[in-house]
Design a binder for this molecule. Structure first.
Ligand code: GTP
Ligand code: MG
Length: 329
């Protein structure tokens, strides 16, 4: 299961800056609206410290994290559905995404022009208006799609399953300045604006400055601004929560790997994410809990403590299960 997130927002709100920070891919970020025309696509490993610990324990040759794919598209403006700005054609690039990350400008900097050319004077009100513009454009793009689908159906009633943009869960990412990072009142007001959707607060500019720092340096750098987690971590956490996802782990000498599944998935379904044959020929799953494994230090120790379980077809997977599937093909 490949998690794919599409980044939308008005021009010049920091989408590409954020995309660069998330992927270190070097996509063009520039201080003029519509810097992005072609979509930028980047695949990023999901940070998971459990894998590092398993890799040490199993003296693993290869570590394979779960991944998330980000798609950064051109900014939308009011009237995009009627061809304003760059139009809305590039929304097609995010139809296959499971979630939308809606980036909203919430920083003050008069050198960076807003899409409406107005000065940034009331962050809360402007954020609300900006959000409404984007959401309306997403709705209008869906209306357009609906009309096309209906016209097609008249000719050929074959059922076509079109993913609508407005059906996708949205995570609001407010791009705040240094003050906004710790302004609890502002954050609470912005949260209120978009609830029940998840809201996260990042400073894209700071995140970008960290692009060539290692993990420890990043952590220290962010801590100096009172920030606990980087944008990638925040966004992934919000996406997993919004989409009801969790991960399970496989571990051995050859490979340690994290896999993304839906919460509530059964053992055979989890097996199916590795290989469809594993699901078809599923016999049982040998499972231990990551925390037990970490605490006891090895699979043998977990087994000796009676904490290695054999689970059958109806077992519901838990986050952090370390699994070996038994199957017959
Ligand atoms: N002060 C400040 N400037 C930022 C921040 N994030 C982005 N910028 C600047 O704003 C400008 C626009 O950023 P981009 O990331 O290119 O914006 P975009 O949303 O991708 O814009 P389009 O591709 O044109 O839709 C750049 O000059 C960035 O350096 C921020 O958090 N604070
Ligand atoms: Mg851009």
């Amino acid at each position: 299961m490949n998690l794919k997130i599409g980044i939308v927002g008005l021009p010049n709100v920091g989408k590409s800056t954020l995309f660069n920070a998330l992927t270190n891919a070097g996509a063009l970020a520039a201080n003029y609206p519509f810097a992005t025309i072609e979509p930028n696509v980047g695949i990023v490993p999901v940070p998971d410290e459990r894998l590092d610990i398993l890799a040490k324990m199993y003296e693993t040759d290869k570590v394979v994290p779960a991944t998330v794919e980000f798609v950064d598209i051109a900014g939308l403006v009011q009237g995009a559905s009627k061809g304003e700005g760059l139009g809305n054609k590039f929304l097609a690039h995010i139809r296959e995404c499971q979630a939308i990350c809606h980036v909203v400008r919430a920083f003050k900097n008069d050198d960076i022009v807003r899409a409406d050319n107005k000065p940034e004077d009331d962050i809360l009100k402007q954020a609300k208006d900006d959000i409404d513009i984007i959401n309306l454009e997403l709705q209008l793009a869906d209306d357009e799609t609906k009309q096309k689908v209906e016209a097609k159906r008249k000719k050929d009633p074959a059922d076509e399953n079109i993913p609508y943009l407005t059906d996708k869960p949205v995570i609001y990412m407010f791009n705040v300045d240094e003050n906004g990072l710790t302004d609890e009142k502002l954050q609470a007001q912005l949260k209120e604006l978009v609830k029940p959707a998840e809201a996260i607060f990042v400073n894209a500019k700071l995140e970008e400055e960290m692009s060539d720092m290692n993990r420890t340096e990043r952590k220290e750098f962010l801590e100096s601004y009172d920030v606990k987690e980087d944008a990638l971590g925040e966004l992934i956490k919000a996406a997993y929560k919004t989409l009801g996802l969790q991960s399970f782990l496989t571990a051995g000498k050859k490979e340690c790997r994290a896999w993304t599944i839906k919460k509530g998935a059964t053992a055979p379904e989890a097996a199916g994410t590795i290989h469809t044959d594993f699901e078809r020929g599923f016999i049982a799953a040998q499972i231990c809990n990551y925390n037990d494994l970490k605490e006891l230090g090895s699979e043998q120790a977990v087994k000796a403590a009676g904490k290695l379980r054999t689970e059958g077809k109806t077992y519901v997977m838990q986050d952090g299960d370390v699994v070996e599937f038994k199957f017959n093909v």
